[in-house]
Design a protein around this ligand. Structure first.
Ligand SMILES: Cc1ncc(COP(=O)(O)O)c(C=O)c1O
Length: 369
């Protein structure tokens, strides 16, 4: 912050926020290193590598005709499609500018200075950010085998805890919690603590690993399930996600959200995406093969990794900073995760087969240097 007097206008807890570091954009690396952007492989932000499906492209083209109008602030069509899919009334759904928005809305609605929010070590970076932005305290619970230690998280809940964030699968570790364990965790949670079950990678789970967590809301009205169109649905650029919750909780979140938080293209594309189950299934299959390819390559290089239930792999490369610089010079962008307390690790998003190969070849070269 270059002007201390200006910076002092903000509360101390805002000034102490460590800004979110996004994956490096392809164009930025191209500019920095004088590389041809077309040759760069980006495996840094857990995006779907396939590009949008035909139904989504057509929906966006049609939505262009309404560009001069505000979008539907209540997201009627998208909520109706989600309600039909999930078996809940539309009034239990809140749309977000990405599911990130839902996480922010939860903190805005439920946290105030002095409150506590509980989350795991090595969990999604937005939980501490959203917590601190309200002047609340983040309680980071040590991870177990890189994943959430639900018992320890329950023990960390105090009288001041208002929100608990659980990511399943978790980013950046790719770890997964069995649904029965999450359900048992919910059962022990006090009624006055909101539990956010962040299922951003849900569609990448094999069906046998998925549970109807939305159905748990009837028994646990303090549960919010958040999901996104950014990952398996392939709409990261549009920013659209949603939360499913008790209607009273939805009403609270709607009070603190921007009136037009989800743009018209995003709404139209998401409705179209919900009609294209084949796209998601193909994406899951491609991801399964990509994970196997990355595991085999990492095994061959003797690099340990955490088995992933999502569309990325956390790999222990050792000198991650140096390896990352070498990868960048070779036109491969992955994600360093030192800011997640994992200084020796890199997170690699599963790409297309050729992209995965490019990464593995570049990694071999980086390790040999
Ligand atoms: C665990 C988790 N939750 C939420 C998000 C937010 O994604 P979006 O805002 O694109 O829905 C991400 C994005 O990487 C994530 O990894």
């Amino acid at each position: 912050m270059t002007d201390p007097a200006l910076a002092a206008l903000a509360p101390d807890y805002v000034r102490r926020i460590a800004p979110y570091v996004p994956g490096k954009p392809v164009e930025e690396l191209a500019r920095e290193l004088g590389l041809d952007a077309a040759t760069i492989v980006k495996l840094a932000s857990n995006e779907n590598p396939r590009g949008p499906g035909a139904k989504v492209r057509a929906a966006i083209a049609t939505a262009t005709d309404e560009l001069t109008r505000y979008p539907d602030g209540n997201g009627f069509a998208l909520k109706a499609a989600l309600a039909a899919r999930l078996g809940v009334p539309a009034g239990q759904i809140v749309l977000g500018n990405g599911s990130n928005d839902i996480l922010e809305l939860v903190s805005l609605a439920f946290l105030e200075p002095g409150d506590e929010a509980v989350f795991s070590q090595h969990a999604f970076a937005v939980y501490p950010l959203a917590t601190q932005a309200r002047g609340a305290h983040g309680i980071e619970v040590p991870a177990r085998d890189h994943g959430h230690d639900l018992k320890a998280m329950r023990a960390a809940v105090s009288a001041r805890t208002r929100v608990v964030f659980v990511a399943n699968p978790n980013n950046p570790t790719g770890t997964w919690l069995a649904p029965e364990d999450v359900h048992a965790f919910l059962a022990t949670m006090p009624d006055d603590v909101v539990v956010v079950l962040d299922e951003a990678y849900n569609e990448y789970l094999e069906p046998s690993h998925r549970a109807d967590s939305v159905a748990w809301i009837a028994a646990y009205p303090n549960l919010i399930v958040s999901r996104t169109f950014s990952k398996a649905h392939g709409l990261a650029a549009l920013r659209v996600g949603y939360g499913v919750m008790d209607a009273t909780v939805a009403d609270l979140l709607n009070r603190v959200r921007q009136p037009f938080n989800v743009n018209a293209f995003a709404q139209a594309a998401a409705v179209a995406a919900l009609t294209d189950d084949a796209y998601v299934e193909e994406s899951r299959a491609l991801n399964r093969e990509g994970l196997a390819q990355l595991y085999a390559g990492l095994d061959a290089l003797g690099i340990p990794y955490v088995r992933s239930y999502a569309n990325f792999v956390l790999a222990k490369v050792g000198a991650a900073g140096r390896i990352n610089v070498s990868l960048l010079k070779q036109g491969v962008i992955v994600r360093p995760v030192a800011n997640y307390g994992l200084p020796e690790w890199l997170r690699i998003t599963v790409g297309l087969p050729g992209e995965n190969e490019r990464f593995l070849t570049a990694l071999a070269r980086a390790l040999a240097q």
